[in-house]
Design a binder for this molecule. Sequence first.
Ligand code: 6R9
Length: 638
Amino acid sequence: MWLPCRCTTKYVAASIRRGVSASSLHALRRGRSSWNSAAFMPESAGFEGVSGRDALHDYSVSHSENFWAAVARQRLNWIRPFEAVQDCDLSQGRIKWFEGGKLNVSVNCLDRHVHTCPERVALIWERDERGSEVRYTYRELLEITCRLGNLLRRHGVKKGDCVTIYMPTCPLAVASMLACARIGAAHNVVFAGFSSEALAERIRDAQSSTVITVNQGVRGGKITELKRTVDAAVQSCPTVRQVFVAMRTEKRVEVTDRDFALEEEMLKEDVVCEPAAMDSEDVLFLLYTSGSTGKPKGLVHTQAGYLLYAALTHRYVFGYHDGDVFGCVADIGWITGHSYTVYGPLANGGTTVLFESTPVYPDPGRYWDMVERLRINQFYGAPTAIRLLIRYGDQWVKKYDRSSLTTLGSVGEPINTEAWEWYNRVVGEGRCPVVDTWWQTETGGICIAPKPSEPDAEIVPGMAMRPFFGIKPALMDTEGKLLTSNNESGALCMAQPWPGMARTIHNNHQRFLETYFQPYPGYFFTGDGAYRSQEGYYQITGRLDDVINVSGHRIGTAEIEDVVVIRSDEAHLSDFILIISVTQFAKRLPKTRSGKIMRRVLRKVVDCDLDSLGDLSTLDDPAAVQEIIEGHEKLLSK
Ligand code: 6R9
């Protein structure tokens, strides 16, 4: 693996400098007593009559064009300014932002920070081997990105091509994404845990001729033969012309005519690479999510709108400030890794952690040991990992100094109250706001989260609560009518476009329209259900295709799981227990590799509809499904 060639004393000096600037920033923040919207968001100084968070949110939806134009001008570096802020029509599924504008995403993530602070740390690679982290400055990351960009160009990768990246979370994976952006190619990152069949399907659908991978992966102390998986996959991918192989371990692997040693080839390249001038609406990347039926969907995100939205949400949902260390532990193979490990933090000139390991390797203290060692300020993880860690006990958390933490984030699934409380009380010592962030691959960035809010505004456990700037949620009833009151549940839709939303499904615009825009004409349909409380806060109740209908009441999985998990809440439990007439116990549930329970599979098993289980390529361990099927057969035969 390409390592920065610097002496260690420089790391020490850099971290001391960072420590000083971070603590002086904290002092400044403490001194800010009341809301000053211009200090909070400089652009808002130009928004007439706006003072306070709620007023700023109102403005962002009622004067959406003004809001996004000001933010886009201020926060992105343009090669040519945009002419139109937006050209969107949700009833047609047409979404275009900042047309006429030209920019380069890698310049926005790298060059502009190299000009102002070349030695600031961009990446801290928390390698699987504990305590062996490696830091990359902005200057170094730009250098490897340029070498990679030149290499891809020399090998014929052009604007409009799509490069598949099958790599664990590591600096060369980030540089590969940015190198694609630099030369105008799209990237398609495939989670480096997927099987060769799942990889092949995604390579074929993306029509990639170039794949970038590593010889072997290292995760949780185990070696995975990633290059071998690529070899198997490309057997059925006639489009693939070349495979670049980085060396994560010392192990030599078998090479074929189409393989190139990535680091060796990079050495031959220049450290300057001319960035392509991209249109705002050119494709930045495809990212596949599993569909509940049929093929996985390659959601398409474009340049300016996506980057702007990732940057703005990163800054304001997590309260990220210059000098902070941001620790998002999601793999780069997921949208969370794209938006909050790579694009959001780098667009903001931040320091971002690349976590290669697992929450329990070498022991269940791994996250908190890392927080202490890297002085992480914002930690962003998934409820599934939190629930796992609760079982190992508080001592694994308390062993480490977490005083650097200021904000804790959660994403991927509803976070049940018990997990939320533990995260807040044990991990955050009650002093860090917990932000339960709701969003999707389709939305590009966080849409609903407790923050930003006024400094003393309440945060309700287990609720995503407040729409982000420019986001206007809507709830629909079963007849497709808009629900306008509070204290109601319905299908969660978005009534207005925002720059971060996906633009299409690769090769299948029709499916894009049918899935997201036709169910509720004029609205973007998320597929999730939500409850709007008396106070107007949103709580996600789960996927609507998982909803259980009891005597006309549509009950979301989150609502049931919350009462079943928290057995102490007897009052609630008695309300629901009636609907659980038959219980099947299972050792484990079918989960995706990112930790989401695939509830639709359970439903199909209960319905005895085993022929239409849908896309299972993202399953962590298909054996779990088999166990459930067998358990269900036993139950039926009783
Ligand atoms: C970012 C991400 C999207 C689906 C989404 C919803 C579920 C995500 C959630 C949440 C409740 C939250 N989801 N965050 N449910 N509360 N805070 O996870 O993207 O992999 O596309 O999944 O995940 O069901 O629709 P993606």
